[in-house]
Design a protein around this ligand. Structure first.
Ligand SMILES: NC(=O)c1ccc[n+]([C@@H]2O[C@H](COP(=O)([O-])OP(=O)(O)OC[C@H]3O[C@@H](n4cnc5c(N)ncnc54)[C@H](OP(=O)(O)O)[C@@H]3O)[C@@H](O)[C@H]2O)c1
Length: 269
């Protein structure tokens, strides 16, 4: 498994499993929590070590249960969770403390590898205020790394100007049809690792045809081509699948490389 080094020297796997519909009725994001751990255990058995969850997904406790049932040692895993931007979680020091503590409790862990501010708040000053609280937990060793999600260039630039501890990651939507290259380039230039959410979703039909054709050339699937493109430019990907075979397929991207010409083509999709 290829890894990257965050700007605080922490090592992070370049691919992880998304979980936003895991442990939910009908695999529906809004579905009731049914504590089904099948997909998470399949993912761990397939070799995923990075798990991406969030308070908003309501399934941190399902992740904890799956890890326990899998028998995989906590220390071998890289767990990401996220504090929602909503006022109830971010309005003051106490709310932020409650959010961090609720994640630790639900995840049944002493520490979280990476904790992200799930979305920017309306005002830059408020992002900084929340960030300063998260920094306290880094100093306590409870949050090993902190980062942001869905931040645009101006929001990230403001945070960079006012933070003491630099964000390590910006988790953003990125896939053919919406690469979000402006923020990706800004992150890479500032030693913040971009992490692509929904790496396999919302791909335009015409782009899909090109990806499938490229897949034939490399003897890979369209999904493997997309994921490989991202990891070749040092972007973390967190694909999610409820299907064991596709989970394995998405991990099987370390035995080929894309030609410069093909990367140029994929960039235009
Ligand atoms: N920070 C944020 O604001 C944010 C927002 C959205 C998502 N996320 C995170 O990012 C993760 C991934 O995003 P996502 O779940 O929205 O989308 P995704 O992982 O890009 O795509 C999931 C869909 O792709 C299918 N799929 C997976 N592998 C495939 C393959 N090899 N071939 C064909 N189809 C495949 C899955 O179906 P099957 O299950 O049937 O395989 C599922 O329908 C989430 O789970 C969550 O952890 C973060």
């Amino acid at each position: 498994m290829k890894t990257l080094e965050l700007n605080n020297k922490v090592i992070i796997p370049i691919i992880g499993t998304g979980t936003n519909t895991f442990g939910k009725a009908n695999n529906d994001y809004m579905g009731e929590i049914n504590h089904n751990t099948t997909e998470l255990i399949d993912a761990l058995n397939a070799g995923y070590t990075l798990i991406d969850t969030a308070i908003s997904y309501r399934n941190e406790s399902v992740v904890a249960l799956g890890i326990k049932q899998s028998g995989v040692d906590r220390s071998k895993l890289f767990i990401t969770s996220k504090i929602p931007a909503d006022e109830v979680y971010t309005k003051d020091e106490e709310s932020i403390k409650n959010a961090v503590e609720s994640s630790l409790k639900a995840l049944d862990t002493e520490y979280i590898d990476l904790y992200l501010l799930h979305r920017p708040l309306e005002k830059n000053e408020d992002n900084v205020r929340v960030w300063k609280e998260l920094e306290k937990y880094v100093k306590k060793g409870v949050l090993k790394s902190i980062g942001v999600s869905n931040f645009k260039v101006d929001q990230l630039a403001y945070l960079l100007e006012h933070c003491e501890i630099k964000p390590t990651v910006n988790q953003i939507e990125s896939h053919p049809g919406l690469w979000n290259d402006e923020i990706i380039e800004y992150c890479l230039k500032n030693d913040i690792i971009p992490e692509a959410w929904s790496p396999l979703k919302r791909i335009p039909e015409a782009s899909m045809e090109v990806l499938k054709t490229l897949g034939l050339k490399y003897n890979k699937t369209w999904a493997q081509i997309v994921l490989r493109y991202q990891i070749e430019r040092n972007i973390i990907v967190i694909p999610k699948s409820h299907n064991k075979e596709r989970q394995i397929e998405n991990l099987n991207i370390f035995d080929f490389s894309l030609s410069d010409e093909d990367k140029q083509l994929i960039k235009t999709l």
